[in-house]
Design a protein around this ligand. Sequence first.
Ligand code: UT7
Length: 332
Amino acid sequence: MKNSATACRITGVGANLPERVLTNLDLERMVDTSDEWIVTRTGIRERRIVNEGTNTYELALPAAREALETAGVKAEELDLIICATATQDRYFPSTACMIGHGLGSGDAPAFDISAACSGFIYGSSIINQYFKGGATKHALLVASEIYSRIVNWKDRSTCVLFGDASAAVVFSAADGPEGLIDTCIRSNGEYGSFLTGGAITRAGDPLSGALPSMGENYFIEMKGNQTFKVAVKSMCDVAQRILKENGMSVADVDLVIPHQANIRIISAVGKSLGLPEEKVYSNIHRYGNTSAATIPLALYEAQKEGRAKKGDVVLMVAFGGGLTWGASLMRL
Ligand code: UT7
């Protein structure tokens, strides 16, 4: 069993959702699908979509500001900024650098991480290690995703699944029982082809004049059935593992916040872990799959609804392209 003292705890959470709503009925007019298919197969009823031209860092800023305000932490007090995103605005500067600039966080180190839908869990794991190093007092973890930018809107098998959102969490140094108890992150590139996305870009050849055409051929491809099965198994395995390693069982957990990819995956994970429905949080019907943002967005809403309170033990568990998966266990 591991040491129960924590190195950091969550002191503020924020979220920013685009105002524009894309409903299943809207999608019925775009591709050969139906509200009935989408609801029964995924649980999604609507998702949010940014205005054309919105950048990932711009979507992140209000979420980050709200998290800082709730935490009572000034931007210039941040020792670290991490952005989890699969839809960064550019290869460089990183989205995190642009967020730091927008917040006025001075010269705090800032970088993006790429772990697709597991990005928030990967980020919390990195942040935990920074705090254990001792020099970090406040860190900002932002998950900001604009999947509407990479979705192929003619592909019904994927375009109905995703949405845009940003959510942010401030972690501050702690040494008591409240805080991040442990994290566990895993990957397996062997299954990378199950779920891939982004832009097809080619190396340029200035000698032959064959220069790459950027910004075309955006796509998401998923082997849905295979991904579904691995998602359920990986999330259950990592949830059980992190609890066991910390001398806890599902009975000690007040709320599980799983990645919101499909209501059937969420239910299967809850059932397999032996959890009652009320202990498994879901808001997928409102936002769809917002990749790295689903977990901090769910935490934000769970706190507002009084379902995640101070002192509660919360288990977050995610799965995504890579393949990547992982869990974060904390006492709020
Ligand atoms: O966030 C990262 C992790 N993501 C995941 O873990 C997602 C995992 N996978 C899934 O959530 C599900 O596999 C999907 C929601 C993607 C698909 O659900 P499914 O029950 O596995 O459906 P399927 O792919 O087996 O397709 C069943 C049928 C097919 O038709 P036929 O071949 O049976 O005639 C599809 O062509 O449903 C058809 N279909 C659709 N029909 C209406 C696929 N997409 C749609 C659609 N509307 N949007």
